[in-house]
Design a protein around this ligand. Structure first.
Ligand SMILES: Cc1cc2nc3c(=O)[nH]c(=O)nc-3n(C[C@H](O)[C@H](O)[C@H](O)COP(=O)(O)OP(=O)(O)OC[C@H]3O[C@@H](n4cnc5c(N)ncnc54)[C@H](O)[C@@H]3O)c2cc1C
Length: 252
């Protein structure tokens, strides 16, 4: 794979790196350059440490971590695409983000012409953003390393209000890992968000959805408006900030 990247770079040929292609829309004119589809395989589990080759199918890898009894990515089930793409936009859903479990990303640095290992802090993760997204021509992700949690077969704390409601638990409680994964898949399926080759409504050319990010003051003002219009008992759903610092979603 690195050889193909080098060849394109040395000859000044534009390079398009493709994982699963689930977050890409290609124009009708096609791409004038080299399209590199990352299809490397590798799932290595050592205790709670997981290393995935970039080409692993993400949702399958999630299923295997759940089968192995490890928590940390179970709520990211059903997200289409490859493992190598997950750090690019700090993939997240239903209260989990990969930035909470990624320890290192091994990438080919096209500028330096060498393979580098970036620690979590170096990845500059924030809400649906990272160093890789900020500098898209520079890195090709080769492998991603995670540190998962052995919580005795239980999930990570359930953080997302909708998931907690459906599971019938209070936010912060844990549930059996498989239950957490299945619940998320069910919720996603209900929104047409899990690919079913038989169901056209689930076919998708991509997703540009991001949640609004509000600071405490803006959220308090929003909450007051919601209560004013809908009644004092109504609480707008809220997901507290993850460890990484959120940045405002892109326009559009
Ligand atoms: C129905 C649907 C639901 C979705 N739900 C969610 C969701 O809940 N949460 C969420 O965060 N996202 C979601 N997404 C977006 C998408 O699943 C993620 O962005 C995913 O990480 C894309 O993976 P991919 O391998 O298909 O990437 P691609 O579409 O192939 O590529 C996406 C970008 O990453 C780059 N890239 C891919 N692989 C590499 C690599 N190895 N090295 C360097 N750059 C690379 C590409 O060049 C491109 O810029 C959803 C998409 C769809 C279609």
């Amino acid at each position: 794979m690195i050889a193909a990247v080098r060849e394109a770079d040395d000859s000044g040929t534009p390079l398009l790196v493709i994982g699963g292609g689930s977050n890409l829309v290609i124009g009708d004119k096609g791409f004038d350059g080299t399209a590199l589809v990352v299809a490397t395989k590798g799932f290595a589990l050592d205790g709670t440490r997981l290393e995935l080759a970039a080409g692993e199918v993400w949702t399958d890898a999630v299923a295997r971590t759940v089968e192995a009894g490890l928590a940390g990515v179970e709520c990211l089930a059903g997200i289409p695409g490859s493992a190598g793409a997950t750090p690019i936009q700090n993939v997240g859903a239903y209260g989990q983000e990969v930035s909470s479990t990624i320890t290192e990303v091994v990438a080919y640095d096209r500028r330096a012409g060498e393979t580098v290992t970036l620690g979590n802090e170096d990845c500059a993760f924030s809400y649906r953003h990272s160093r890789f997204k900020a500098d898209p021509e520079r890195y090709v992700v080769l492998r991603v390393r995670f540190r998962l949690e052995d919580a005795g077969g239980l999930s990570g704390p359930v953080k997302y209000a909708e998931t907690a409601r459906v599971l019938g638990v209070a936010p912060g409680e844990r549930v059996p890992l498989a239950t957490a994964r299945e619940t998320v898949l069910k919720l996603r399926s209900g929104k047409g968000m899990v690919l079913d080759p038989e169901d056209h409504d689930t076919w998708s050319a991509g997703s540009f959805f991001t949640n609004p990010v509000l600071d405490d003051e803006a959220f308090a003002a929003f909450r007051a408006r919601v209560r004013e219009r809908l009644g004092d008992g109504v609480e707008p759903p809220r997901t507290p900030r993850a460890r990484a610092t959120p940045r405002p979603p892109p326009p559009g």
